[in-house]
Design a protein around this ligand. Structure first.
Ligand code: B16
Ligand code: MG
Length: 220
């Protein structure tokens, strides 16, 4: 008899599965340029894992600009339309190193695979990259009221596959996401730089560096 409980492996999207930060940057840059706000790649780091509306507020704060709700809605719509235009040709070649192998390995091992993302565009991205069928549950920006570092997105994700938080593992590239995973009492695995993601239980540059042996250890 197998006494090992099934676990939930929860993946963030942007920065973990695909590198869409570059497209978010290009789309926000157009809005910032039009408003004469200096918006650099370093500023873009502040937007990782952050909701669309909060991202706009951060950019407006950089330029000391106050705006009406109508203006903000217009910029949000413009930004998203531009962002989506960069995703038109997206395919599996945009999957980050080792992601597909990791997902397939988890599937073979009969583990629950969950998406936990702040993005409202998560589903089309999973479809375009050809991996949506590997997911047992998808929780995205349309499903949550409280943004990361609030644990809501990951707690809903684990609940959807009937796994208790203690048996869930979260892969995240953003500090707020690591904090959300820790607040949910889950195991947090940072994808990126150890000096930035220092609150994570483990950190790897990417899934290739992590290796399947590490995943196997998490399953046991
Ligand atoms: P959208 P994640 C986040 O996705 C991005 O990191 C963040 O930069 C973006 O603003 C947010 O999604 C909202 O995205 O405009 O597509 O709804 O990292 O939580 O997967
Ligand atoms: Mg992310």
């Amino acid at each position: 008899m197998n006494s090992v409980p099934k676990k939930a492996f929860i993946f963030d999207l942007d920065g973990v599965i695909v590198d869409t930060a570059k497209y978010h940057y290009l789309a926000w840059k157009k809005i910032a340029d039009a408003l004469q706000i200096n918006f650099t790649h370093e500023h873009n780091e502040l937007l990782k894992g952050v909701s669309r509306i909060r991202s706009l507020d951060i950019i407006l704060e950089l330029g000391n600009i106050t705006a009406t709700v109508e203006q903000k809605n217009q910029w949000l719509a413009q930004k998203n339309a531009d962002y989506l235009s960069y995703l038109v040709d997206m395919d599996s070649s945009e999957l980050l190193p080792g992601v597909l192998e990791t997902l397939q390995f988890l599937k073979e091992k009969n583990q629950a695979i969950v998406l936990g993302s702040a993005s409202k565009n998560a589903r089309p991205i999973l479809e375009k990259t050809g991996i949506i069928d590997l997911f047992d549950a998808v929780v995205d920006g349309n499903d949550v009221t409280n943004a990361k570092p609030d644990p809501e997105v990951f707690l809903i994700g684990a609940q959807k596959v009937n796994i208790i938080p203690e048996n869930a593992i979260v892969f995240e590239d953003a500090v707020a996401g690591i904090q959300a995973a820790n607040a949910a009492q889950m195991i947090s695995v940072g994808i990126g730089k150890a000096e930035i993601l220092n609150e994570a239980h483990y950190v790897f540059t990417d899934f290739n560096e992590m290796g399947l042996a590490f995943i196997e250890k998490l399953i046991k």
